[in-house]
Write a protein that binds this ligand. Structure first.
Ligand code: AP5
Length: 217
């Protein structure tokens, strides 16, 4: 049976950072809704044009467009054994649609680790974040600086600051998370799937907690 893990948590808590490490350790593909939207924006697709309007304001893209994009991504062969979800689902409607989709793929949500950190830490992390243009590797100017400023250590591509990491947009994204995505904490807790993790600690400590949850007992 395929394994599906939903990494939950507010903007900047470290979902993408952890998902990349965990994907490498478990072999599960890292499916990031934000990265998929940014690929569409870069490719100037119709979905990308729609997504950009919402992303630049710090709002969520519509459920229908998001669900269709994720269904298409999860039907690709590399997801045959499951996926590590980062940024999806983000609303109760997306969570319901996700369960239905997984039933079609012969699976279910197996674990929902939720990373938590105080708001000022999220703002500090996002305002100092640098993202790699080619593969989305993330750095931080203070906590995890690249060896050469502006250049990705992993693939040598250019590092850039995301438009939605501007302070006003970051504050809006955090509000939107509190209003629309935090509901999923109770949603998955009721189903016995949620584990809260302190995301305010060093990367390696957070990774160790995540692996402890995900590794079979
Ligand atoms: P998305 O790309 O998903 O952004 P997000 O959820 O806001 O999360 P981020 O990528 O900003 O943060 P992260 O938690 O991954 O942190 P990171 O590891 O980079 O979504 C963007 C937009 O797309 C949304 O606003 C929405 O418009 C749209 N969208 C996406 N999904 C959608 C959906 N399902 N429905 C509707 N719309 C959707 O870390 C941040 C920084 O901190 C980095 O610099 C990193 O180096 C550093 N850092 C990480 N961990 C640590 C640590 N432990 N200690 C110190 N520094 C750390």
């Amino acid at each position: 049976m395929p394994t599906y893990i939903v990494l939950l948590g507010p903007p900047g808590v470290g979902k993408g950072t952890q998902a990349k490490i965990i994907a490498e350790r478990t072999g599960l593909p890292h499916v990031s809704s934000g990265d998929l939207f940014r690929e569409n924006i870069h490719g100037q697709t119709e979905l990308g044009k729609l997504a950009q309007i919402y992303i630049n304001k710090g709002e969520l893209v519509t459920d229908d467009a998001t669900i269709a994009m994720i269904r298409e991504r999860l039907s690709r062969p590399d997801c045959a054994f499951g996926a590590l979800m980062d940024g999806f689902p983000r609303t109760p409607a997306q969570a319901d649609a996700f369960s239905e989709m997984l039933a079609d793929f012969g699976g279910k949500v197996d674990h929902v680790p939720c990373l938590l950190a105080p708001e000022e830490m999220l703002v500090e992390r996002l305002s100092g974040r640098w993202t790699c243009r080619a593969q989305g590797h993330v750095f931080h100017q203070r906590h995890n600086p690249p060896q050469k400023p502006g250049v990705c250590d992993m693939d040598g591509s250019e590092l850039y600051q995301r438009d939605d990491d501007k302070i006003e947009t970051v504050r809006r994204r955090i509000q939107v998370y509190a209003a629309q995505t935090e509901l999923l904490i109770a949603y998955y807790r009721r189903r016995g799937l949620l584990t809260e993790i302190d995301g305010g600690r060093p990367v390696e400590e957070v990774t160790a907690d995540l692996l402890a949850i995900l590794e079979p007992k």
